[in-house]
Design a protein around this ligand. Structure first.
Ligand code: PMP
Length: 388
C-alpha cells in the first residue's frame, strides 16, 4: 500500500514539475465580476476575458426571471425520469425558432451537448472530419464516439475535400462557427458544399457566434446562408446564461432523446436557469447590444494594431493577442493585471505549442474609457515584457 502511494505521489509530482518547467502550470484565481470590471485576487481590473459578450448575465430582467422561478434548487432528476420542466420545453421551442430548425434539445452544458450529439450520430462505421482548431469538447466527443477521425488543416477546405473524397461509409464534417481561441470564422459555405457533394452530415459548434452574428443574430451559418444539419451551442456566452443545446431536425432530436448518454444519464438543467434563458433570448435578438459590441471591437483592435500587436485573423469579439512563448505570455498577463487589466494567457494544450497568446474578449458592457485604459495598459505591459 505504502509503495503504491509513493508511486502515485511521484507520478503527480513529476507531472506538475514538467508543467512548471514548460510554462504550462495553471492556477486558479479568485474572481468576482461587476459589470465590465472584475476583482482578481483582490485587485480591481477591466475584465477582458468574459464570454458574457452582451452582458446579459448581469441584466436585471434576466436575473429577475431566474429569481421569480426559483422554488427548487434542482429538479434532482434526469429529464426522462422526472426532470422535464415546462420551462425547458418553452426554451427549446424558442431556440429552435432562433436557429431556424425543426427542434432543439437542451443539455446541462455546451460540453455535454457536443459529447451527446456526436456520440449519438457517429460510430465505428463513421468517419468524422474535424478542423484542427476545434474545441476540446469536440475533440473529446469525436474520440468518445469510436469513429475514425480525420483532422483537416484549419479552415482548409481543399484539404477537407481531399480527405472526404477518399472516405467510404458514413461521414460527418464538424467545425466551430467562430473559433474560440482565434476568433476567426469557419468557411461554412464551402464546408457545407463539400458535405453535400460527398453525402456527409454537417455539425457546427457555434458557441461563440450564437446571438452575435447573422440575421436576427441566429449565428454563423445564418450569416452566410449555409444550411447545416446540426447546430450546437452554449448558453453561457452570447446569451449570458447557462447550459448547452442542439438545434436540429425533429428526427435527430428523437435519436438524441433515445440514445444520447449525456442527455439520458444526467440531471436536467434547473428550471430557473431555463427561465433566465427564456428572458434573455428576446433581449439578445434586439440588436442594440451587438451594435455596441461591434463598435468596441473596432476601437480595441485598431488601437492595439497601432501599438504594434499581432491579432491573428480575428473577425469577432475574440481577439488573440499573439505572444508565442508560454512563459512570456504568463508574464505579460501578470504585468497587465498590475496595470489594471484582466486578460488570461492561453497556452498548450488549448492552443498549439509556441502559439501562446492572451485571449481578449470584448463585451457590450465596455465603454470607451475602458477600451482606452485597457489599450494603454497593453502598450505599457507590452513594452516592459518585450512583446512590442
Ligand atoms: N464549444 C466551444 C467552442 C466552447 O468554447 C465551449 C466553452 N468554452 C464549449 C463548447 C463548452 O460550453 P459550456 O461552457 O457551456 O460547457
Amino acid at each position: 500500500m505504502a509503495s503504491k502511494q509513493n508511486k502515485t505521489t511521484l507520478f503527480v509530482d513529476e507531472k506538475l514539475l514538467a508543467l512548471e518547467k514548460d510554462g504550462l502550470y495553471r492556477s486558479l484565481k479568485t474572481v468576482s465580476v461587476s459589470g465590465p470590471l472584475a476583482t482578481v485576487n483582490g485587485r480591481k481590473a477591466i475584465h477582458l476575458c468574459s464570454n458574457d459578450y452582451l452582458g446579459l448575465s448581469q441584466d436585471k430582467r434576466v436575473v429577475q426571471a431566474a429569481v421569480r422561478t426559483l422554488r427548487q434548487v434542482s429538479q434532482c432528476s434526469s429529464r426522462l425520469i422526472a426532470g422535464n420542466d415546462p420551462f425547458i420545453t418553452k426554451l427549446e421551442d424558442m431556440l429552435a425558432r432562433h436557429r431556424r430548425t425543426e427542434s432543439a434539445l437542451v443539455y446541462p452544458t455546451g460540453y455535454a451537448a457536443n459529447l451527446g450529439a456526436v456520440t449519438a450520430l457517429a460510430d465505428k462505421n463513421t468517419t468524422i472530419f474535424s478542423d484542427e482548431l476545434n474545441h476540446a469538447s469536440i475533440i473529446d466527443a469525436c474520440k468518445l464516439s469510436g469513429a475514425r477521425i480525420e483532422v483537416f488543416a484549419h479552415n482548409d477546405t481543399a484539404h477537407l475535400e481531399n480527405l472526404v473524397s477518399k472516405a467510404a461509409g458514413r461521414k460527418i464534417a464538424i467545425t466551430e462557427g467562430i473559433f474560440s481561441m482565434d476568433g476567426d470564422s469557419a468557411d461554412i459555405v464551402k464546408i457545407c458544399r463539400i458535405a453535400e457533394k460527398y453525402d456527409a452530415l454537417t455539425i457546427v459548434d457555434d458557441a461563440h457566434g450564437d446571438f452575435i452574428f447573422g440575421p436576427k443574430f441566429a449565428g454563423v451559418p445564418a450569416k452566410f446562408g449555409a444550411k447545416v444539419d446540426v447546430h450546437i451551442s452554449s448558453m453561457s456566452k452570447g446569451l449570458g446564461c447557462f447550459g448547452g443545446y442542439v438545434a436540429t431536425s425533429a428526427k435527430i432530436r428523437e435519436l438524441l432523446v433515445n440514445t444520447s448518454r449525456q442527455f439520458i444519464y444526467t440531471s436536467a438543467l434547473p428550471d430557473y436557469l431555463c427561465a433566465a434563458a427564456v428572458a434573455a433570448v428576446p433581449l439578445a435578438k434586439r440588436g442594440n447590444l451587438q451594435k455596441r459590441l461591434f463598435e468596441n471591437i473596432r476601437q480595441f483592435s485598431s488601437q492595439l494594431k497601432k501599438h504594434g500587436f499581432t491579432l491573428g485573423n480575428s473577425s469577432s469579439q475574440i481577439m488573440p493577442v499573439m505572444v508565442g512563448d508560454e512563459k512570456k505570455a504568463v508574464t505579460f498577463s501578470e504585468e497587465l493585471l498590475k496595470n489594471g487589466v484582466f486578460a488570461q494567457a492561453v497556452r498548450y494544450p488549448t492552443v498549439k505549442r509556441g502559439s501562446a497568446r492572451l485571449r481578449v474578449s470584448l463585451t457590450a458592457m465596455h465603454e470607451k474609457m475602458h477600451i482606452d485604459a485597457a489599450t494603454a495598459a497593453f502598450e505599457k505591459a507590452g513594452r516592459k515584457t518585450g512583446i512590442i
